[in-house]
Design a protein around this ligand. Sequence first.
Ligand SMILES: Cc1cc2nc3c(=O)[nH]c(=O)nc-3n(C[C@H](O)[C@H](O)[C@H](O)COP(=O)(O)O)c2cc1C
Length: 331
Amino acid sequence: MSEKKTPRPEASGIIGGATTSVALFQDRSVDLSVDLAGVVLKNPVVVASGTFGFGREYGQFFDLSELGGICCKGLTLHPREGNPPPRIAETPLGMLNSVGLQNPGVDAFIRDELPFLRQHDVTVIANISGNTPEEYGVMCEKLSEAGVDMIEVNISCPNVKAGGLAYGTRPDLAAEVTQKAKKRATVPVMVKLSPNVTDITEIARAAADGGADALSLINTLRGMRIDVNSRRPILKMNTGGLSGPAVLPVAVRMVWEVANAVKLPIIGMGGVSTGEDAAQFLLAGASAVAVGTALFADPFAPLKVRDELAAIAARQGLSAVRELTGGVQPW
Ligand SMILES: Cc1cc2nc3c(=O)[nH]c(=O)nc-3n(C[C@H](O)[C@H](O)[C@H](O)COP(=O)(O)O)c2cc1C
């Protein structure tokens, strides 16, 4: 198949003094749209929760409508300050964070942030964390009524004491939270799984049994760094969540396992920074991917991933990028 490339304007920006630029080419011969539990994304690249805020800052770099979707910063029923600093540390090929769900609360999001997001032609996915299963239900009702397109139920935050990871490591609790969310949501519910478990398919099945419409994975892996001179952990919370390219093979393996265990659409994430990374997730069984940590080095990363993915699909003679999903041929 010949590659019909439509040149688009050069986008560029300055981050931390370094000039970043990306030439935006999109291969128009490939259909990039994907269906995620009835929600159609215009392309399979979304931005990962907690790495894109509510889009305002990145909106200064590019038109948010270019994205397949925006997973918003994790919301809680009431505002949260997050954890004390330091709460970010670099690691080989990644980073640790212990931000701890700093957010303005669900009502402020609906009042102050959703109208801004709605000015763009982009799928809006709200990400929520509750202290109790009931809180997930309350937030689902508020957000559905407010008109988000989809809700991502976070049962996998390693950086908060209440809820968070506890729900993501016990199948019974994962099922209960999913049921409570589904009961009051009128938009599709996607459950975000934790990699901090022995068998991720157990939790995936529990979420599916609880009525989940889709799954996303992975959240961050619990990690730690220590300053050898002070003998103190670098993060004030002692431990944090590892993300970035270091986790990519773990995440691809988990997506593959989950895709073989349940029949739900999946957003795969963990270390995606190139089109080839994204293609691996799709081949493993994901319908879409999320880009997170890569944004901190290059705000245009999701657009680069999208365009490289389109080029890979075109090179392989595919007419739609969704044809990659589940295409891995295991030995
Ligand atoms: C600074 C930071 C904050 C995050 N906050 C959230 C959050 O609020 N809710 C959530 O579900 N995941 C959160 N995550 C996890 C990401 O959405 C994603 O699952 C993870 O970082 C793996 O993708 P990546 O390697 O591309 O970053 C956060 C990650 C980072 C790095």
